[in-house]
Design a protein around this ligand. Structure first.
Ligand SMILES: Cc1cc2nc3c(=O)[nH]c(=O)nc-3n(C[C@H](O)[C@H](O)[C@H](O)COP(=O)(O)OP(=O)(O)OC[C@H]3O[C@@H](n4cnc5c(N)ncnc54)[C@H](O)[C@@H]3O)c2cc1C
Length: 397
């Protein structure tokens, strides 16, 4: 028998869960079904991230990322506190490795102020009082509102809340294809819907394409690894970030205290072979690998958006020694023996516009006939999720 639902959400990551929550509030009498190809929620980006509650310093002032990061960080903070989910309100500093980065720090500070972010520009002496382990060239930015959230606990609480409100979940249920705009084929049979909401993260572009939307885009996966510190004396107290790379638009390797105070350094950003290729032999799909490698070879050749330089620089950070060597730009007196264990890797997608030959920066929402597609849910999509979901429910559903 064919399953029927009013709202069908594909993807049980933070975006799918927060949109389901908004729908529940808005349409309590409608049926909502969330499907995911994995065996449980948050198996991909939402369970494999840095866990940093961003304040919204970086993003272009008129972008969706800036708007929803600033609003979403407050909502995520409130949700964590209300539900007694651990939150480490540790703050963050952004430091400059050299004189040219000092200029970028000042530009970044202006942008943060334009975004309405609470932060200050501090000199080297002030920095040494705020975060004694950090070092900078000239100036740094101090953001007291940056924090660390517990990504898995937040998703689990949302799932519990939704199940209690009669939202149905089907796991190990993979979206396979669009049948006729009101019905999809999944690995567990066909599902008929009134509205489909595509929140498939790393595969959202593929599903949107199946609905005849977005052309000329290709997704490039970058793998991030983390190295944990056994900092028993608690030297590192705040997030320590570099000036972000303006071309690739990733925030760069940083020091981060987690929600429980554990310190990690990462994530790196090495171009990888497939969208979910977390370890050497994991999740190989031949056609996907061919597509990803094809794009990466072209970019290695053309060095568009510094791809070749980035790939080689990031490869050097794949060993403990390489990662620690890079980190000397951020902190004083780092001791390699303190950094012992690798953490769970995550993969960040970058959506590349083949026609314009540029990286797509912002979140993208595409509307089909009976469907909505959330594409490019890149960082800080976790931080932004509650505010972003509200926007989607109010304006698209
Ligand atoms: C290394 C790393 C560090 C990050 N750090 C931060 C940070 O510090 N702060 C921050 O705010 N953000 C951070 N992010 C970004 C953030 O984690 C993501 O933007 C966010 O989790 C995206 O959520 P999502 O629900 O869109 O995607 P996902 O969590 O990937 O969820 C998508 C879901 O769709 C499912 N799915 C995919 N295809 C199908 C299909 N065909 N059928 C059925 N189900 C399917 C997947 O199984 C998955 O569960 C980071 C990301 C990474 C990778």
């Amino acid at each position: 028998m064919q399953l029927k639902t009013d709202y069908l959400i594909v993807g049980a990551g933070i975006i799918g869960l927060t949109i389901a929550r908004e729908l529940c509030d808005k349409y309590p009498n409608k049926s909502i079904l969330v499907i995911d190809k994995e065996d449980w929620i948050a198996r991909h980006a939402s369970g494999r991230n840095s866990g940093v509650l961003h304040a919204g310093l970086y993003y272009a002032t008129d972008s969706l990322r800036a708007k929803f990061c600033v609003a979403g960080s407050k909502m995520l903070r409130d949700y964590s506190l209300k539900n007694k989910i651990p939150l480490n309100q540790c703050g963050k500093v952004v430091v400059a490795a050299n004189d040219s980065e000092t200029i970028q720090i000042q530009e970044l500070y202006q942008r943060a102020i334009a975004n309405g972010v609470n932060c200050s520009l501090v000199d080297e002496k002030e920095l040494s009082e705020i975060e004694p382990t950090a070092k900078t060239s000239g100036y740094a930015i101090y953001s007291p509102d940056t924090a660390s959230f517990h990504a898995l606990a937040i998703c689990s609480e949302l799932q519990r809340e939704l199940a209690h409100a009669s939202v149905k979940f089907m796991f190990k249920t993979e979206y396979i294809e669009n049948i006729n705009g009101n019905c999809i084929k999944t690995s567990q049979g066909e599902i008929e819907y009134m509205t489909l909401i595509n929140c498939a993260g790393m595969y959202a572009d593929k599903i949107a394409t199946d609905f005849g939307l977005i052309e000329d885009y290709v997704l490039i996966p970058f793998k991030g690894i983390f190295l944990y510190c056994n900092d028993l004396i608690g030297n590192y107290r705040r997030h320590i970030y570099p000036v972000p790379d303006a071309k690739i638009k990733l925030l760069g390797v940083h020091f981060s205290p987690e929600y429980d105070g554990k310190i990690k350094v990462g994530p790196t950003a090495v171009p990888c072979l497939a969208r979910e290729n977390y370890s050497w032999l994991e999740n190989w799909r031949f056609n996907e690998m061919r597509e990803v490698l094809g794009t990466e070879f072209k970019l290695l050749w053309s060095n568009k958006f510094n791809f070749r330089d980035l790939a080689f620089a990031e490869l050097k950070k794949q060993t403990k020694k390489g990662l620690i060597k890079y980190s000397t730009n951020l902190v004083k007196n780092i001791k390699q023996f303190e950094f012992t264990d690798w953490g769970t890797p995550g993969i960040q997608p970058r959506l590349y516009n083949l026609k314009k030959q540029e990286i797509m920066d912002d979140f993208l929402i595409e509307r089909g006939l009976n469907s909505i597609h959330i594409i490019n849910s890149v960082s800080p999509a976790y931080t932004a999720s509650f505010a972003f979901a509200k926007h989607v429910a109010e304006n698209y559903l």
